[in-house]
Design a protein around this ligand. Structure first.
Ligand code: ZN
Length: 82
């Protein structure tokens, strides 16, 4: 991950398995970065943090078993319980 602007505004908090990046100004969650790069060669980026069009679409819902009971997912996409 290379932040091209505003990296001084990101605060990182780590556990044994992951580090999470938050905006130090408003507290928004920005990044989810698994620390074991051998198992996980990806970094989660909060799409709400992107200005303008994301040019992406959803492919799957994950951790559906943990979603709030106050809404349903009815877009027809695959749903993984975990
Ligand atoms: Zn912010």
């Amino acid at each position: 991950l290379r932040i091209v602007k505003g990296d001084d505004k990101v605060r990182w908090y780590s556990t044994q398995k992951v580090r999470r990046g938050f905006c130090s100004i408003c507290g928004s969650s920005l990044f989810f970065d698994p620390l074991d790069q051998h198992k996980n060669d990806w970094i989660g980026v909060a799409l709400g943090a992107i200005h303008g069009a994301t040019n992406t679409t959803l492919k799957i819902h994950i951790f559906v078993a943990d979603k709030g009971d106050y809404y349903s997912i009815a877009d027809g996409l695959p749903q993984n319980q975990q």
